[in-house]
Design a protein around this ligand. Structure first.
Ligand code: NAP
Length: 271
């Protein structure tokens, strides 16, 4: 357990009797979010794209810690995959709870880590990025809205790259910009049902995918933390904690909000 997790003071039952779907929870930040929501008492549907065994590891870790979870696989590149996921979540919820109510939808899955020059970005890659990072969360929430209970939560995972002009991330950044617009506008559409829609925007976060790059040398580690106000490399728990807050009753009056969870990445020069 990290020092940040140890420092947490919230009671571990704020989401008792709630159900959640976390997309892209087979690894990385999504796994951290699934574990955190389950630690708060939620039954969590752990979605994966291709890596069923990794999703099962997330489920096993949750169950070993005393939580409840089940895995659901679906390729979010296609609309069929989005519909399959909505159906699988509904049947999983029915099997585990006897009813088909969802309380929390976390749109976390994304095509990440492209780092491609503008000139090398093909129409196929552009379409894939927008299909998984924008179209899938758009239609997943649409298909699950009848299942989402009044007072529910939609939490999108964006990126701090929307306020930074980062080379090699143009198309990816555009998908995250679209998610911010989606968040604000959808919040206004579903607010009458007391459903909140917010976005958490991580900065560089250490996962199995990013670790080799972020920790490639002491110089690289120093470069990473020099670019931030706070002095450590972001961890999945640093993102999962604000997600758990937005999912909680304490955040009932917050909607349409973009919450930067980047440790103050590129806030400005340090004098
Ligand atoms: P990651 O390690 O690349 O994991 C991506 C997840 O999304 C995996 O669970 C993967 O499932 C799923 N996924 C990818 N393509 C899919 C598809 N076509 N269909 C279904 N599922 C698919 O990502 P991460 O670094 O944890 O990032 C999580 C979120 O945080 C993303 O929205 C990302 O944009 C955002 N973010 C990350 C960072 C960072 O530094 N890590 C920084 C800013 C924002 P399978 O592996 O099972 O296929």
């Amino acid at each position: 357990m990290s020092q940040h997790q140890q420092a947490r003071t919230t009671a571990a039952t704020t989401l008792a009797d709630k159900t959640a779907l976390v997309t892209g929870a087979s690894r990385g930040i999504g796994r951290g979010i699934a574990q955190r929501l389950a630690a708060e008492g939620a039954l969590v549907a752990v979605h994966y794209g291709t890596d069923g065994p990794a999703a099962q590891e997330t489920v096993d870790a949750i169950v070993a810690a005393g939580g409840r979870a089940f895995a659901v696989g679906a390729d979010l590149t296609t609309i069929d995959g989005v519909e399959q996921l909505a159906d699988a979540v509904r049947s999983g919820l029915r099997a585990h709870t006897g009813v088909e109510f969802l309380d929390i939808l976390v749109n976390n899955a994304a095509v990440t880590g492209q780092h491609l020059a503008y000139a090398e970005t093909t129409p196929d890659l552009f379409d894939r990025l927008f299909a998984v990072n924008v179209r899938a969360p758009f239609f997943l929430a649409q298909r699950l809205l009848p299942t989402l209970r009044d007072g529910g939560r939609i939490i999108n995972i964006g990126s701090a790259v929307t306020r930074i002009a980062l080379e090699g991330e143009l198309a990816y950044t555009m998908t995250k910009g679209a998610m911010e617009t989606y968040t604000r506008t959808l919040a206004n559409e579903v607010g009458a049902r007391r459903i909140t829609v917010n976005l958490v925007a991580p900065g560089p976060t250490e996962t199995d995918r990013t670790r080799a790059f972020f920790r490639s040398s002491p110089e690289m580690e120093a470069r990473m933390t020099q670019a931030q106000a706070l002095p450590w490399i972001g961890q999945p728990a640093d993102i999962a904690d604000p997600v758990a807050f937005l999912a909680s009753e304490d955040a009932r009056w917050i909607t349409g909000h973009v919450l930067d969870a980047s440790g103050g990445t590129y806030l400005g020069p340090k004098l």
